[in-house]
Each structure stands twice: as C-alpha cells, then as structure tokens.
Write a protein that binds this ligand. Structure first.
Ligand SMILES: NC(=O)c1ccc[n+]([C@@H]2O[C@H](COP(=O)([O-])OP(=O)(O)OC[C@H]3O[C@@H](n4cnc5c(N)ncnc54)[C@H](OP(=O)(O)O)[C@@H]3O)[C@@H](O)[C@H]2O)c1
Length: 327
C-alpha cells in the first residue's frame, strides 16, 4: 500500500517538476532596449498583475506612464511602488471604472484635454466573473469590462493616437478565445448570461471579441501609422482568480501559483508588442510568447467580426462621428 502511494507521489511530483521546467524554459523575455523618453503610455488595470509589470517596464524606459485604475488606494500604491523602483516621477494614475460607459467617457475626455500625446495604449484590464450579472448600462459585466469598455476607450482616444503616430494599441486577450462558442449564427447571445463552469463561456466569448476587434480595427487603421495587435499572455499567477470562488478556485490557484508564470513573466508579450522594433509595422496580428501565431479558427470569420463590431458600436453607444470608418 505504502509502496503504491510512494510511487504515485513520485510520479505526480516528477510530472509537476517537468511542467515547471518546461514553463521556465519556454518563457520568452522581451529583449528590446527601446527608450520611451518623450513618449506616453496608458496601461489599463495597471495596479496589479501583468498590467503593473507593463507600467513598471514603461517607467524604466523613461516614459510618461498613466495607470488607468478603478480603485484610488490600489492605484496610489502601484504608482508609489513604480516611482520607488525606477526613480521616474512621470508616473501617475487616473481613475476609471470599466464597468461604466460614463466613467470611460470621463477618463477619455480627461486624457484628450490634458495629455499632449498617446504613443501606447495597452487595453489590459479584465476580469473573469463580475460581482453583478449586468452593469448599470445593461451590458453583461464580463463583456462590458473585457470588451465593450476597451472598444469604447480606443474609439475615444483614436484621434490622439493618430496624431501621435507611429503609435500602438495592444489588446490583452487569451487562448481561451479558442474555445469560444460565439458565432455569426448565434450573435444575439453576445449579451446573455451563462453560469457554466466559472462563467468560462462568457469570459471566452469576451476574449474572442478582443481578437475580432483587433483584426477589424487594423483594417480601419491601415495607413494611419497606428498599429493594433492582440496577445495571449500565458497562464499567470495574478489576482485574476479572486473573482471566482469554491474548491476549483483553490485548486487552480495552487497549480497556477507553483507551476505557471509570474506576473513579470506574463507581462513580456504585451511589453514586446508595445516597444519592440520587430513589430513596428505589424498590425492585426495575434501573439503568444513574444511571437506571432496564427489567429484561432474561432476568430477568422469576417462575418462574425463585422457583426461583433456592429453590436459593440451599439452597446458602447457611439455617436456617428465617434465611429472609426474604413480607411
Ligand atoms: N492571469 C492569467 O492567467 C491570464 C491569462 C490570459 C489572459 N489574461 C488577461 O490578462 C489581463 C490582466 O489580468 P491579470 O491576470 O493581470 O489579472 P489581475 O491581476 O486581476 O489584473 C486585472 C486588472 O484589471 C482591473 N480591473 C478589473 N475590473 C475593472 C474595472 N471594472 N475597471 C477598471 N479596472 C478593472 C483590476 O483592478 P482591481 O485590482 O481594482 O480589481 C486589475 O488591475 C486580463 O485582460 C486577463 O483577461 C490573464
């Protein structure tokens, strides 16, 4: 009995160590030395996780860095830590709640009025499960925070991004988009609620929308000097699972914490897309481990992309002159 248990334990431990070694060996680090002196980067959801390490990296490069966060205390703490670590005092936060269309509009108006330029916009803020099913704008919370708000924010900042060109938009998606079930045929379910398995279906659909938004936006921004790319950052131990609960959360948290990426490692692909010269002229691409990969089948349907765009314009309540036409 003890012998069987020991063998089982040895096999599990060896497999776990093998996974850890594989993850560490295949982690890619952005190795670009690009300076951001004189440039401004906005990182949403930057008080924590991979957004924090992205903002920290921009600050190390000498840029003006704006952390777009919803909680004043957490934002202040993040700014303090970045300034302490880098000595760059040109780091600040502005409050924005991505679960509110009005809050995104107020944030964008502030940026448009007070900032001379935007060189990099990293749409990073996201969550897996909302505390409420629908926001007060009537949009399913996960879809609202993960897709509709970045969609709206990008539209409201696009003129400034164009004036600052060459400039970059980076959309943080996920490999779970590969499992999304949203399609051109069932587009009407885009704002419906599913409570299956940690609401994974809703989360996957929202991350698919990030990729569809990216590929469609790239076509509309052709020749403007503004590039847009999306990425999967990896599986990372962050606060991300805090919005879930139950035994599965504990199991996932344990496995991810000990066997997958740290936040700093997980931030590398979005830093690469934000600063590397390798991708200065790449737009509409999807990246993983600092490398362009083929866009998932689920995100390759132009009919779905057009329908998601149309629905997103509707939910974001864009006026005609705020819409981004084809070039
Ligand atoms: N972790 C992973 O394994 C993984 C894998 C694939 C993709 N991603 C993506 O990576 C991105 C960053 O996630 P993370 O892993 O770094 O998680 P995280 O540590 O939880 O960071 C998420 C950030 O988004 C912010 N946020 C959430 N709701 C918001 C709202 N309503 N308004 C404004 N900000 C809001 C959070 O603010 P608070 O601190 O105030 O909550 C936090 O700063 C997300 O888009 C996620 O989908 C993560």
């Amino acid at each position: 009995m003890w012998c069987c248990f020991s063998i089982f334990f040895a096999v599990v431990a060896s497999a776990a160590i093998a996974v850890k070694i594989y993850v560490k060996l295949t982690t890619k680090w952005n190795n670009s030395y690009t300076s951001l002196v004189g440039k401004t980067g906005i990182v949403t959801g930057a008080n924590n996780g991979i957004g924090f390490y992205t903002a920290l990296d921009f600050a190390k490069r000498g840029g003006r860095v704006i952390l777009a966060c919803r909680n004043r205390d957490r934002a202040e703490d993040a700014v303090r830590r970045i300034i302490k670590a880098t000595g760059n005092k040109n780091v600040l936060y502005k409050l924005v709640d991505f679960a509110s269309l009005q809050s995104v509009r107020d944030f964008a108006a502030d940026i448009n009025k007070n900032e001379e330029r935007i060189d990099i916009l990293v749409n990073n803020a996201g969550l897996m499960v909302g505390t409420e099913d629908y926001t007060k704008d009537g949009i399913q919370t996960v879809l609202h925070v993960n897709h509709i708000s970045p969609f709206l924010l990008t539209h409201l900042l696009i003129d400034k991004l164009k004036k600052s060109a060459p400039s970059r938009i980076v959309n943080v998606s996920s490999s779970v988009a590969n499992n999304a079930t949203l399609s051109a045929k069932n587009i009407d379910k885009i704002n419906s609620i599913s409570h299956k398995f940690f609401n994974f279906a809703m989360y996957s659909d929202s991350k698919l929308c990030n990729i569809l938004f990216t590929t469609e936006l790239a076509k509309r921004l052709a020749e403007t000097g503004v590039t847009v790319n999306a990425l999967h950052p990896g599986v990372i131990y962050t606060n991300f699972l805090n919005s879930t609960s139950g035994i599965l959360k504990d199991i996932f948290s344990f496995v991810i914490k000990y066997f997958f990426l740290t936040s700093e490692e997980g931030a590398q692909t979005q830093i690469y897309l934000s600063v590397s010269n390798d991708v200065a002229n790449v737009s509409g691409g999807f990246f993983d481990k600092c490398k362009q990969i083929e866009i998932y089948q689920t995100a390759q349907d132009p009919d779905l992309a057009a329908k998601v765009w149309e629905k997103s314009e509707e939910y974001a309540k864009l006026s005609n002159n705020e819409k981004i036409p084809y070039f």
